[in-house]
Design a protein. Sequence first.
Length: 202
Amino acid sequence: MARLGSNWKASTTRANPRPTAAATPALAHPLPLGLTGFSGGLLHPMFVIEHVIAILALGLLMGSQERWRWLPPIAFALGIAAGITVMISGVVPLYANETILGIALVASLLVALAWPLSVRIGMALAAVLGIAIALDSPPDVLSVSEANRMLAGTAVGATVFLLAIWQAARQARPVWARIAVRAAGSWIAAAAMMALALRFWR
């Protein structure tokens, strides 16, 4: 996906100066349940496995760091907005998908370790993940307005998904629940590591 970002940029720029106008099916993720527009974008982060595990990892990490509060979620929302702006401007960097997996790996390892961390670490991880998710979500549609609605839906869907995981993780007060969160972090780390290994092995 990310390695082909420059081709997607070039093809859409020739067709229309605004890169949200189109994305070839080979480069965009499949439409969730065949939906387009805002509703399709809203569901998009929950139908791309790399996005799911990264948001799960970051949400669990945020929930396990009581002192972080709202700063990382705000950084995530700002990051995804910045990523969409970058995409619309025509700059699509390589390795957005690999960056998402990298954030998933780092965040999930930190969940498993359960170390108290500075809020700046959470803000940095959240901002980078937001930017990467936006850049890894080119709409597979031909209409500029529909593409923009899908991007807006992706931003809302990813942010709401993250907030839901964060709030659920904050309720993990009993010892067994905290152990379960750390175990989930370990599983996500293993999945992200295998996915990254496959990316760079090919």
